[in-house]
Design a protein around this ligand. Structure first.
Ligand code: ANZ
Length: 803
C-alpha cells in the first residue's frame, strides 16, 4: 500500500515551526513553569545515533504535553563540544578542532531538527564558544576565591598513548576509558577541586530528590561515608607513628599485625636493610596494578614483611608491619591495623603468611573464615562483654583519653583532579609570578581565549600544547613577568552548569539573571543516560551548591527529577557498535519511514528505562499504524473523510474515547509511553468499526497523538479545519461518568457460609441490590422456597442472609 506523504508533511511543519518560532520561550509570571532538560550531546563525527532520539523523544513528549496543559515550558538543547575526539582528529589531519566542532554541530543541528523536537533554538549553547566558557572560567575563579582550588603533587593516571593525565573515572579496568590504552601512575602537580568539602551536603541532598533509587545509591557509594576512628600506632625503635583509619576500633585487641600500602611514605624509613630488596621489588610490581586489580576479593593476597614492628596501644603488644597491595594509598590513611579474626581480607592474608589470629568477638568459626558479625567482645580488656556499638564508643573514648586516636569520618570521595594536558579545553584562568604565587584573572579579563597553536601534540613531559606558545604563556605587567597556567579544564567543566545558561544564554553581564533563574529553577525533569550516574551528576551538584552558597542560584539542588532511558541495542541484542556492524543510522530510517515513525517506534519498543533490542519489523509495524491513522482521516484524493460528522448522536464508542484520554494523560505523566501508544492503537481499531466518527473525539485524538507524532498530528489538525495552534491547544479532558462504571464486589453469606460474590454498581440503591441478590442463581439455590429471616447489608463490605 502507498504510504502517507510523510516526507512532505514533516518538512512542511518543520518549516512552519521554524518560521513562527513556535517553541520560543519567555518568562511568564502568570503561568506555572516547567523546565524539561535533555543531557546535551557531544557532537561527534559520527552524527546522531538512534540512542539519542530515545531520551530526546521522551522529553519532547513531556514538553509538548505540558504546553497543552498550560505550563510555560523551557525545553532547550546545546552542545558539549570540548574533548578529546576533535583534538585527536586535529592531530591526525591538522584540522583545527574548532572547524571540526563547527561542522559536527551543524550536522547534529540538522539531524535534531529532522526529528521535530520542540526546542527553543534561540537558546542553544555551545561549551566551546568563548561567550559561554567565559562563565565556566568565571565559576572556576569563584571556586578559587572560596579556597576550593588547590595545587597538589599527587599520584595520577598517566596514559602514554593519549599523552595525558586521566581522572580515576577515565580509567576503566586499568585502561583509558577512551581508546582502551594502558595507563600507569606517576606524580604530577595538578589543580584539584575540593569536592570533599561538600561530601556531607552532597549526601544529604540526595534524600529529597525524585531520582531513581539506584542512581542515588551509586552516588552514596561513590561518596562512601564511613564512621570510625583514627588510631596511632608507635613504631618500635622509631620516632614515627603509623596512623590508621578503622571502622572497627572495637576490634583493636585483635589487631595482630599492620599493613602499609606499598606507596606509603613510611615504608622506606622503617624497612630494615635485609628486607629492602624484596620491598623495592614488591613496590614496583604494585605500581603496575589498578586499584580494582589490587582490591578484588577473590584475588590471592600478596605482601612483604618490612622487618619493623609497631606497638598496639591497647595492650602494648609488638606486632609486625607488612606492606601489601590490598591496602590502597588513596583511601583513609593508606595504612591499616589488621584484625584477621574479623576481617576476611586480613584473615586470608594472615592464613597465607602464618600470622596470629586472635578472636575478640564471640561467634563464628574462625578456623574457616573471619567472623564479621556483631557479638559479645572477648579477649578485649575493658570492653569485654560489650556489643559492637557500645564497644566502639567506649574504645574511642579510651583512645581520646590516652592520645592514641580519635573519632573520625572517612570518605571514599577524593578531591577532583581538574587539570588536563590538552589543547581543546577551557584555559584555566590562573597565572603565577616568578616566586610561584598564584593569581586569578579579573572578571573583565575573561574570557581567556584559547590561542592558536601550530602543534596539537602534547609535550610528553605532562605539559599541554599551550606550554609551547611562549608569547601567550609569558606576559609582563608593571615590569614583572608572569606565567599563565597551561593546563586546560576537563570536559566535565562545561557540562557542569549548562542548564543555567539556557535560562539566559545571551547575557553578557552575568552568568544568569537572578529573576530569570528564580523563575525557571530547579530543572523539573532531567532525562539522560545512566552512564552519568556519578560523574556528571555529582560534579554538577557540587558546582551548583557552590553557586548556591555564592547566591548565584536560588535552589540548593539543580535537578529535581531524573530519569534514565535504557540502551537501545542492536537487532542482535548486543550493544550497537561500529565493530559489530549493528549500528542503525537514524538518517536512513527517517528517509525511509519518516521521523514520526521513528519517534513512535522508539517509544513503543518497551518501558523507557529498560534496555531493548532494535527491530526492523517493529519499526515497519509502527509505520503501518501511522498509515492506518492517515487513511482513517484522509481519502485517496487527500481530502478529509466525510465519515467525520458533528452529529453527537452518532454511535461512536464514547467510553473508548474517554478511556483513551484518561490513559494517555496518566501514562504520559508517568512516562509509560509504550502503553500510551497501545491505547492510541485501541482507539484507532475501534474507529475502524464505526460508520461515522464524532468530530470532537477525532480532534481530541489528534491532540493525544501530537506529542508522539507531531508532524502527522499537525497535518490532520489542519485538514480537520482547525485554525488555532495545535501546540498550544488545550489537552483533552475525560469525564468519569463515561468510564467503565465503578463497581463493588459483595460476598453473599447464607447462614454463616459465603456462597457467592456478586458485582454491582457502587451507587446501587438498597432496593435494587436486594432484587439483584435474589435473582442470583447461587442465592436462589440456597434460599429457594425458604422464608428469609434476615437480609443485612454492611455497605461496601458484605451481605448476610439468614433463612
Ligand atoms: C580494622 C578492621 C577490623 C576493619 C574489622 C574492618 C573490619 P570502609 O567501610 O570501606 O570505610 N581499610 C582502611 N583503609 C584502607 C585502605 N587504604 N586500603 C584497604 N583497606 C583499608 O572500610 C574501612 C575498613 O577498611 C577499615 O576498618 C580498614 O579495616 C580497611 F573487623 O580496620 B578495618
Amino acid at each position: 500500500a502507498k504510504s502517507y506523504p510523510f516526507q512532505d508533511i514533516e518538512k512542511k511543519w518543520q518549516r512552519v515551526w521554524e518560521k513562527n518560532k513556535t517553541f520560543k520561550t519567555q518568562e511568564d509570571p502568570g503561568k506555572e513553569k516547567f523546565y524539561i532538560l535533555d543531557m546535551f550531546p557531544y557532537p561527534s563525527g559520527q552524527g546522531l545515533h538512534v540512542g539519542h532520539p530515545e531520551g530526546y523523544t521522551a522529553s519532547d513528549i513531556i514538553a509538548r504535553f505540558k504546553r497543552m496543559n498550560n505550563f510555560n515550558v523551557l525545553h532547550p538543547i546545546g552542545f558539549d563540544a570540548f574533548g578529546l575526539p576533535a583534538e585527536t582528529y586535529a592531530l591526525q589531519t591538522g584540522t583545527h578542532p574548532r572547524i571540526t566542532t563547527e561542522n559536527n554541530i551543524a550536522t547534529f543541528t540538522r539531524q535534531l531538527k529532522q526529528f521535530g523536537f520542540s526546542y527553543d533554538w534561540d537558546r542553544v549553547v555551545n561549551t566551546t564558544d568563548p561567550h559561554y566558557y567565559k562563565w565556566t572560567q568565571w565559576i572556576f575563579i569563584q571556586l578559587f576565591k572560596k579556597g576550593l582550588v588547590y595545587e597538589a603533587e599527587s599520584p595520577v593516571w598517566w596514559c602514554e598513548e593519549l599523552k595525558s593525565v586521566l581522572a580515576n573515572e577515565e580509567v576503566v579496568d586499568g585502561k583509558s576509558e577512551r581508546g582502551g590504552y594502558p595507563v600507569r601512575r606517576i606524580m604530577l602537580k595538578q589543580w584539584m577541586l575540593k569536592i570533599t568539602a561538600y561530601a556531607d551536603r552532597l549526601l544529604e541532598g540526595l534524600d529529597k530528590l525524585d531520582w531513581p533509587e539506584s542512581i542515588k545509591e551509586m552516588q552514596r557509594n561513590w561518596i562512601g561515608r564511613s564512621e570510625g576512628a583514627e588510631v596511632l600506632f608507635p613504631v618500635h625503635g622509631h620516632p614515627e607513628t603509623i596512623k590508621v583509619f578503622t571502622t572497627r576500633p572495637d576490634t583493636l585487641f585483635g589487631a595482630t599485625y599492620m599493613v602499609l600500602s606499598p606507596e606509603h611514605p613510611l615504608v622506606d624509613k622503617i624497612c630494615t636493610p635485609e628486607h629492602k630488596t624484596d620491598i623495592k621489588k614488591y613496590q614496583e610490581e604494585a605500581a603496575l596494578k589498578s586499584d580494582l586489580d589490587r582490591t578484588e576479593l577473590a584475588k590471592e593476597k600478596t605482601g612483604v614483611f618490612t622487618g619493623a614492628y609497631a606497638i598496639n596501644p591497647v595492650n602494648e603488644e609488638k606486632i609486625p608491619i607488612w606492606i601489601a597491595d590490598y591496602v590502597l594509598i588513596s583511601y583513609g590513611t593508606g595504612a591499616i591495623m589488621a584484625v584477621p579474626a574479623h576481617d576476611q581480607r586480613d584473615w586470608e592474608f594472615a592464613r597465607k603468611f602464618h600470622l596470629k589470629i586472635v578472636p575478640v568477638l564471640e561467634g563464628g568459626d574462625i578456623s574457616q573464615e573471619a567472623f564479621v558479625e556483631d557479638g559479645t567482645h572477648i579477649n578485649s580488656g575493658f570492653i569485654n562483654g560489650m556489643n559492637k556499638k557500645d564497644a566502639i564508643d567506649t574504645m574511642i573514648r579510651w583512645l581520646e583519653e590516652h592520645n592514641a586516636g580519635e573519632r573520625a569520618i572517612n570518605y571514599k570521595l577524593r578531591d577532583w583532579l581538574f587539570s588536563r594536558q590538552r589543547y581543546w579545553g577551557e584555559p584555566i584562568p590562573l597565572y603565577k609570578d616568578e616566586e610561584g604565587n598564584v593569581y586569578a584573572l579579573e572578571e573583565d579579563e575573561l574570557p581567556l581565549e584559547l590561542p592558536e597553536v601550530e602543534k596539537y601534540e602534547p609535550s610528553g613531559s605532562g605539559q599541554s600544547p599551550l606550554a609551547a606558545i611562549r608569547d601567550w604563556v609569558e606576559f609582563t605587567r608593571n615590569g614583572k613577568t608572569y606565567y599563565r597556567e597551561t593546563h586546560t579544564m576537563p570536559q566535565w567543566a562545561g557540562s557542569n552548569w549548562y542548564y543555567l545558561r539556557y535560562i539566559d544564554p545571551h547575557n553578557s553581564e552575568k552568568l544568569v539573571d537572578s529573576e530569570k533563574e528564580k523563575y525557571w529553577m530547579p530543572v523539573d525533569f532531567y532525562i539522560g543516560g545512566a552512564e552519568h550516574a556519578v560523574l556528571h551528576l555529582l560534579y554538577a551538584r557540587f558546582w551548583h551548591k557552590v553557586l548556591y552558597d555564592l547566591g548565584v542560584v536560588s535552589t540548593d539542588e539543580p535537578f529535581q527529577k531524573l530519569m534514565n532511558q535504557g540502551l537501545i541495542l542492536g537487532e542482535d541484542g548486543e550493544k550497537m557498535s561500529k565493530s559489530r556492524g549493528n549500528v542503525v543510522n537514524p538518517d536512513e530510517i527517517i528517509h525511509e519511514y519518516g521521523a514520526d515513525t521513528l519517534r513512535v517506534y522508539e517509544m513503543f519498543m518497551g518501558p523507557i528505562e529498560r534496555p531493548k533490542p532494535w527491530s526492523t519489523q517493529g519499526l515497519a509495524g509502527i509505520n503501518r499504524f501511522l498509515n492506518r491513522i492517515w487513511r482513517l482521516f484522509i481519502e485517496e484524493d487527500g481530502t478529509l473523510t466525510d465519515k467525520i460528522t458533528d452529529d453527537h448522536a452518532s454511535g461512536q464508542n464514547v467510553k473508548v474515547y474517554h478511556e483513551t484520554v484518561k490513559i494517555l494523560t496518566e501514562h504520559i505523566e508517568s512516562c509509560r509511553f509504550n502503553t500510551a501508544i497501545s491505547q492510541l492503537m485501541v482507539f484507532i481499531n475501534e474507529c475502524y468499526k464505526e460508520k461515522t466518527l464524532n468530530r470532537s473525539f477525532m480532534n481530541g485524538f489528534v491532540k493525544l497523538l501530537s506529542p508522539f507524532a507531531p508532524h502527522l498530528a499537525e497535518e490532520l489538525w489542519e485538514k480537520m479545519g482547525n485554525t488555532d495552534e495545535l501546540t498550544y491547544s488545550s489537552w483533552p479532558e475525560y469525564e468519569e461518568k463515561y468510564l467503565i462504571e465503578a463497581t463493588i464486589d459483595y460476598p453473599v453469606q447464607i447462614n454463616g457460609k459465603v456462597r457467592t460474590v456478586i458485582t454491582v454498581p457502587k451507587n446501587i440503591s438498597r432496593g435494587d441490590l436486594e432484587a439483584v441478590v435474589f435473582e442470583n442463581d447461587r442465592v436462589q439455590k440456597y434460599t429457594a422456597g425458604k422464608p428469609i429471616r434476615k437480609f443485612i447489608v454492611v455497605p461496601e463490605k458484605i451481605i448476610t442472609i439468614v433463612i
